[in-house]
Structure formats: structure tokens, C-alpha cells
Design a protein. Structure first.
Length: 291
């Protein structure tokens, strides 16, 4: 049987991404009943359930998750191509990453990509968190962490151990062996709410994690660097702040590191099937492997 309900499929992707029939109905200017009817019609046409109806809300079934990934990738590709055709230009590849990584690692290397792939239009999209790469039109994102995510396919770009640093003179000059005592009175700067990076570091340092109240979340890594320079607390950094360390603006306070942390490539489903995206990913991995 030929599938015909593409409008309902589009509605389904909105409900799945928003997590709410009510929000989707408001966004589309429809009633909740009309949206629910489209979902039921779509499930009848497909021959399987997309959602589990729960006492409070709804959750995607396993087949619903697979359908959502496929439909989101397809509609995202269509939306981008429409935008490109309206602008009268060919397709572009969008790379999402923090301004911290873009300025400290990628920027000096970009000319090499432009020379190697002159036909590819590259767009750099500053970002801090990965919320919805499809919605933001991002083909590849670079994220920091230890690679234990389940929301998107990821692969290691390059390892970059993290270590705590502070403004010179901020850490009390107690015994070098009393690491816990040296850190106890300092504010821990986090990269995002719910981050386990500091907890992982305390475990690596073999000292008890201090779930202290004196924490500060600064999501933008460049702002976090400046906050530490200004004496607002200590944060986990990597070798990309070596210039600040050499200049005496930052100081490593211990040799303990998070050796399994680094930068990872993350892709929306199906995006590597685009040859231009695949070429960008291949180039990024090549330059990351250079000394």
C-alpha cells in the first residue's frame, strides 16, 4: 500500500520533538483533537504504534523512535534544500561547535579545508549545548566530554585530558598532599547543569567528591575561562588554555587529569550519507590526528 499521509508524518515529528500534543497544536494553529486524530490516522496507515499512551503524557515506542529519526532527517534535509534553492545557491555544510574550540583549535586550520574542498560552502555555527541539531540545521557538531552519550551517534575526534586550574594565588598554600583541604573553600565552576565532570575528576584524584553548595554554572567555555582568571573559582580546562597558563593568567593546581575526556564528533541520523558532510568529517579527523 502506497504511503500518502506525509502531513500527518510531519505532525508526528513535531509532537515527538516537542514532547507535547498541546504545544504542537498551538504551533500549528490546530486543536488538540485534530493533532491526535492525525496521529491515530498515521498509526493506522503505518500498521504499528508510534506512541505509548501513559497516565501522564506519552512516550515513543521503539518503532516510533526509529520512525522519528528517519522522518526528522528527511524533513530536515528538505527544509535545508528549500532554503538553499530560495537563496539561489547550492547546499552548504554546517559545523556546530563552541567559540572556545573554534577560536583555539579550528580557526588556524580552516584555510586547509577551503583549499582541499573549494566547492563546499562551510558554515560555522557557534553553539554551547546540543539540543536539536536538525532544528538548528547543523550537519556535524563537536562536543566535549567522555563520549558516554546515547542521544546522537558520536565518535572521538581527539583526546584532550581535563584538569583543574585557577587564577594564580587563589588556591591556599597548604600542604601539597592536602588536596582536599586546598580545594574545600573554593567555588567549582560547572559547564552545565547536571554535569558529572567534577565528580569524575574527584574520583580520578581519589578524593571524596564534595557536593558543596558553592558551585557556579557557566555554560560558555570562553566566559568560564575569564571567570576563573577573575578569581571566581576553579574550573576544568584542557591544553587549549596553555597560552593563559604560559602567560601566568591561569595556574594548574594539581597533576590529576581526566584522561578519558576529549572532543567528539556528533551527527544527526543519516547525515553522513551526504558526501560533503562525510568529507568534512574526514578532514576534521585528519587534522585532529596531526601532531
Amino acid at each position: 500500500m502506497r504511503f500518502r499521509h506525509y502531513d500527518a508524518l510531519r505532525t508526528f515529528t513535531l509532537v515527538a520533538s516537542r514532547g507535547s500534543v498541546t504545544r504542537t497544536a498551538s504551533e500549528l494553529g490546530l486543536t488538540k483533537g485534530a493533532v491526535s486524530h492525525q496521529l491515530c490516522t498515521l498509526e493506522d496507515q503505518l500498521g504499528f504504534k508510534l506512541f505509548e499512551r501513559l497516565p501522564r503524557g506519552m512516550a515513543l515506542t521503539r518503532k516510533g523512535e526509529a520512525m522519528f529519526d528517519t522522518a526528522r532527517a528527511a524533513f530536515g534535509s528538505i527544509d535545508r534544500q528549500i532554503g538553499n534553492l530560495r537563496a539561489g545557491v547550492g547546499s552548504a555544510v554546517t559545523l556546530g561547535l563552541s567559540t572556545y574550540l573554534a577560536s583555539r583549535w579550528l580557526s588556524p586550520k580552516l584555510m586547509g579545508f577551503l583549499q582541499a574542498y573549494p566547492a563546499i560552502r562551510l558554515r560555522i555555527q557557534p553553539m554551547i549545548d546540543l539540543y536539536d541539531l536538525e532544528r538548528d540545521g547543523i550537519d556535524i557538531a563537536i562536543r566535549w566530554g567522555k563520549g558516554d552519550w546515547s542521544d546522537l551517534p558520536s565518535e572521538l575526534l581527539f583526546n584532550c585530558p581535563a584538569f583543574p586550574a585557577a587564577a594564580p594565588g587563589l588556591v591556599p598554600q597548604k600542604s601539597a598532599d592536602d588536596l582536599y583541604g586546598r580545594l574545600a573553600c573554593l567555588t567549582l565552576l560547572h559547564d552545565r547543569d547536571g554535569s558529572s565532570a567534577w565528580e569524575d575528576w574527584f574520583a580520578a584524584a581519589k578524593i571524596a567528591f564534595d557536593s558543596r553548595a558553592t558551585t557556579l554554572t557557566v555554560r560558555d567555555p570562553n566566559v568560564r575561562v575569564q571567570a576563573v582568571i577573575d578569581g571566581q573559582g576553579i574550573a576544568l580546562f584542557d591544553r587549549l588554555v596553555n597560552n593563559e597558563i604560559t602567560a601566568g593568567k591561569l595556574q594548574r593546581i594539581t597533576s590529576h587529569e581526566l584522561n578519558d575526556y576529549g572532543y567528539y564528533l556528533a551527527y544527526p541520523p543519516g547525515r553522513l550519507s551526504n558526501p560533503d558532510v562525510a568529507n568534512l568529517a574526514r578532514w576534521l579527523k585528519h587534522v585532529a590526528a596531526e601532531p
